[in-house]
Ligand binder design. Sequence first.
Ligand SMILES: *[C@@H]1O[C@H](CO)[C@@H](O)[C@H](O)[C@H]1NC(C)=O
Ligand SMILES: *[C@@H]1O[C@H](CO)[C@@H](O)[C@H](O)[C@H]1NC(C)=O
Ligand SMILES: *[C@@H]1O[C@H](CO)[C@@H](O)[C@H](O)[C@H]1NC(C)=O
Ligand SMILES: *[C@@H]1O[C@H](CO)[C@@H](O)[C@H](O)[C@H]1NC(C)=O
Ligand SMILES: *[C@@H]1O[C@H](CO)[C@@H](O)[C@H](O)[C@H]1NC(C)=O
Ligand SMILES: *[C@@H]1O[C@H](CO)[C@@H](O)[C@H](O)[C@H]1NC(C)=O
Ligand SMILES: *[C@@H]1O[C@H](CO)[C@@H](O)[C@H](O)[C@H]1NC(C)=O
Length: 317
Amino acid sequence: MEIYWILVLFCLHVDADITLSTENSSERSEIQASEQMEDLKEQADAKQVSSDQQLKDKDTELLLKMVKEMKEQISKMEMQIQARETQMQSHDKSIRELVDQVNFLKRTWTGSCLPFTNSTDIYTIKLPGMGSVDVPCNSSVSGSGWTVIQRRVRGNVDFNRTWNEYKHGFGDLRENLFLGLEKIHLMTLLQPHELYIQLQHANGSSSYARYDDFKIGSEAEAYKLKSLGKYSGTAEDSLAFHEDMKFSTFDRDNHDCAQYFGGGWWFDNCAESNLNGIYYPNGTSSKRDGIFWGAWQKHNYTISLTFTQMMIRPKVM
Ligand SMILES: *[C@@H]1O[C@H](CO)[C@@H](O)[C@H](O)[C@H]1NC(C)=O
Ligand SMILES: *[C@@H]1O[C@H](CO)[C@@H](O)[C@H](O)[C@H]1NC(C)=O
Ligand SMILES: *[C@@H]1O[C@H](CO)[C@@H](O)[C@H](O)[C@H]1NC(C)=O
Ligand SMILES: *[C@@H]1O[C@H](CO)[C@@H](O)[C@H](O)[C@H]1NC(C)=O
Ligand SMILES: *[C@@H]1O[C@H](CO)[C@@H](O)[C@H](O)[C@H]1NC(C)=O
Ligand SMILES: *[C@@H]1O[C@H](CO)[C@@H](O)[C@H](O)[C@H]1NC(C)=O
Ligand SMILES: *[C@@H]1O[C@H](CO)[C@@H](O)[C@H](O)[C@H]1NC(C)=O
């Protein structure tokens, strides 16, 4: 189209030349003028034909150039698309590989009781720097995959023990036990954990307290109760009082409480709860050295609970 307009303009220009020349013909002879006109017309025609041809050539040239450029651009874009596709395929591939890895870890990673779905038994888990460790798993309370870290059912195991014994754990995995502060530290260090505490009174009634972010420090931090998270349950909260406190035993008494209360706990001048106190099978103690959870027993500390179980489980994100 553009080419057509260029041609039209060119022709108008030639006509103007002729007109101007004709104007001055008044001073020349008519013949001269008409000859000249013929001449010019011929010239113009010739000019027109040749430029027509030239323009046609130019047009074709331009078109060819355009086609060439478009072809180049298309092939460039095709190459880009191909590169993108390859990139996306490798992304897809690496995502698939990551998913596979996660699934593999889920199947084989046994840093807690979580992989032993629906099981209530003793299982071997692996902890960094400690290797294989046997732990009791319990899936019969509030869902699957809880690791029991403390349990009191009878008075046959003494809980008034040394720092070293609380560090490594003691008791019987199937009954009364304390799993060990070092293991609890390593487990809660690796991933966020929930804590579930079950309590039972001698009269048969029971309650629970649950915390959504339980974590204890290292031995260098005296196995401090670093975090508890949010409380929920029916026992009321008698552990937040102990948050941020170091662990104490009679031989490493960080608050001058463990000697009197017996057992090891995160004492803080001194205790609103102590699930590691002395076990009184009849549920009554004469002084405040039994197993208690202040809020639930309305701060009547002659009451000593007859069943407790503390369990932890990795938080499901
Ligand atoms: C036409 O002739 C006149 C008189 O000779 C001159 O002045 C003028 O420039 C001429 N015009 C053209 C276009 O040649
Ligand atoms: C675990 O128990 C629940 C509830 O009984 C059941 O729906 C689920 O399929 C069980 N999972 C496995 C892996 O056995
Ligand atoms: C699991 O928890 C239930 C409910 O507290 C308890 O009765 C049972 O003894 C526990 N079993 C094991 C093996 O921990
Ligand atoms: C715990 O044991 C220590 C060391 O034998 C003793 O001094 C302390 O009185 C005991 N505490 C209780 C409550 O029995
Ligand atoms: C409960 O048992 C303790 C010792 O185990 C005893 O001293 C106490 O008198 C008993 N209390 C009741 C009410 O039987
Ligand atoms: C049993 O003991 C609990 C805890 O002290 C108390 O809340 C509950 O009312 C008691 N139940 C009975 C039937 O005495
Ligand atoms: C505390 O509990 C004991 C039973 O362990 C009970 O005999 C006593 O009356 C209770 N004290 C109060 C003030 O409720």
